[in-house]
Design a protein around this ligand. Structure first.
Ligand SMILES: Nc1ncnc2c1ncn2[C@@H]1O[C@H](COP(=O)(O)OP(=O)(O)OP(=O)(O)O)[C@@H](O)[C@H]1O
Length: 388
């Protein structure tokens, strides 16, 4: 009986001991890092290093606060994060504002997160993923357009599907989609009969027809906005949003082996997409442009410039990463973890994106399945929720 009570005590004491030991080790490792990196100042012949003045246990991390000898600059302290992260094999954030803060996170970015575990959020937000700091979301009313890059089979289409499902589940009456699925309609064709999906184009010619309708709608909306004196959908009574999703945008890039007619058609597609990116945001259109490798040819310049959210999965080279997110890093994402992505806005972070499969998506959206008229006879107004 006594053993029964003693066992948890012993385990608890051991855990406390090892927990404490680990933290002491961190302090020692941080101190050693200061020494090796020579992060300190010579004061009257003696080398003075930052001095630990506080330690704070937070929910997600332990914060170590250091007093820094006067004269050290942010630049002197910059290498600490990279070295400590590699040494301790933990996510670490180093900030310097009067004191030097070293935050050592308890958890690492998970290797898999499921759509069903994504927390509920309101507004025009979608889940981006989860990392050591928890879940991150993107608000399409703050940043209307987005590009997604990444080599094949690393999670671009799954990301599109999780965004789409999340938006439909939270805005069933206000959201609509025009989908340009240039993988022959294989990925999104099965969702064509969902009420919120206006149209799924599965070839460049169908994409052209869809985009012409988007252009007509955009012109109509512009007139309505002007008539009512609205400058941005966010500050208007309009509740609806139209998402234009392009999966494998490189298929819309004209090349020299095409006929003149094909090239003209694709250039027109790119021109309309550029217009959506340039003026559509204010009118309630949101563009998500996905391609394996965005280059000057495959990603219209205006689309890239106006997409302030850039997401990339693994890419083959640092150069490709520069093209996708204007920064290095995608080439270093792990090759054995699908769904690991860099999110680039005004800042940069790594997340594990939520996994949803077709079975779950179909089950969740089944309630919105409707009979639709033959595509050929549909009008632009039937393809979208009416905005007036
Ligand atoms: N977030 C994720 N978490 C775990 N596994 C994922 C995730 N996203 C994708 N995968 C796995 O990777 C596979 C390929 O994903 P996806 O179809 O999204 O790739 P893709 O980047 O669109 O490829 P392609 O460009 O060839 O179409 C999925 O079937 C799934 O098994």
């Amino acid at each position: 009986m006594l053993e029964f009570f003693l066992l948890p005590l012993t385990v608890g004491a051991a855990a406390a001991f090892f927990g404490r030991k680990k933290q002491v080790d961190y302090e020692r490792d941080i101190q050693t890092t200061f020494k090796h990196l020579k992060v300190g100042m010579n004061v009257r012949g003696e080398h003075v290093y930052p001095k630990l003045i506080d330690k704070d246990e937070k929910e997600l991390y332990t914060r170590y606060v250091y007093q820094v000898p006067v004269g050290l600059t942010k630049k002197n302290l910059e290498p600490i994060q990279e070295v400590l992260q590699a040494t301790l094999n933990k996510p670490i954030e180093v900030t310097f504002k009067k004191w030097l803060y070293i935050d050592i996170y308890h958890n690492e970015t998970p290797e898999k997160v499921l759509y069903k575990d994504v927390p509920d959020r309101c507004g025009w937000v979608v889940p981006l993923g989860c990392n050591e700091r928890g879940w991150h979301f993107h608000d399409f009313d703050k940043t209307p357009h987005c590009t997604i890059a990444g080599v094949t089979r690393f999670g671009k289409t799954v990301m599109l599907k999780s965004m789409m499902t999340y938006l439909i589940e939270r805005h069933p009456d206000d959201v609509s989609f025009i989908i340009i699925d240039l993988k022959g309609g294989l990925e999104f064709g099965r969702y064509a009969n969902i009420k919120q999906v206006g149209n799924v184009a599965s070839s460049p010619a169908e994409a052209f027809e869809s985009l012409k309708k988007v252009k007509v709608l955009m012109d109509k909306k512009e007139a309505v906005f002007k008539r009512n004196g609205w400058s941005n959908v966010v500050h208007s009574p309009v509740r609806e949003r139209l998402f234009v999703i392009v999966d494998e945008g490189a298929q819309l890039a004209p090349d020299r082996f095409m006929t003149k007619e094909e090239r003209t058609m694709l250039l027109e597609c790119q021109r309309i997409l550029s217009e959506v990116a340039r003026i559509g945001g204010a009118l309630g259109l949101r563009l998500i442009f996905c391609t394996q490798y965005p280059t000057a040819d495959t990603l219209p310049r205006q689309v890239k410039q106006n997409a302030d959210l850039k997401i990339t999965f693994r890419l083959p080279t640092g150069y490709a990463s520069q093209v996708a997110i204007d920064d290095y890093g995608a080439e270093e994402l792990p090759s054995d973890i699908k769904g690991r992505a860099i999110i680039k806005t005004h800042e940069k972070m790594i997340v594990q994106t939520p996994l949803i499969d077709d079975e779950e998506m179909t089950k969740r959206l089944e309630v919105y399945r409707v009979e639709k008229r033959n595509e050929a006879h549909r009008t632009a107004d039937e393809d979208f929720i009416c905005f007036e």
